[in-house]
Design a protein around this ligand. Structure first.
Ligand SMILES: [Zn+2]
Length: 55
């Protein structure tokens, strides 16, 4: 099951047991992506839920 990263357009192979609304990380750009649909496999940038990116 392949989907396209909305951030960098990389093709991402999703595990066969991926569930809708699951969060996966793009191996290319590291973006967190939410599975918004499985048929067809569609990804969208996940809302940032990190509590603190601060450095
Ligand atoms: Zn990406």
């Amino acid at each position: 099951m392949n989907a396209t990263c909305p951030e960098c357009a990389a093709t991402i192979t999703m595990p066969a047991d991926t569930l809708a609304s699951e969060i996966i990380v793009c191996p290319d750009c590291g973006a967190e992506l939410e599975v918004i649909s499985l048929d067809p496999p569609t990804l969208a940038l996940a809302p940032e839920v990190e509590e603190d990116w601060g450095e």
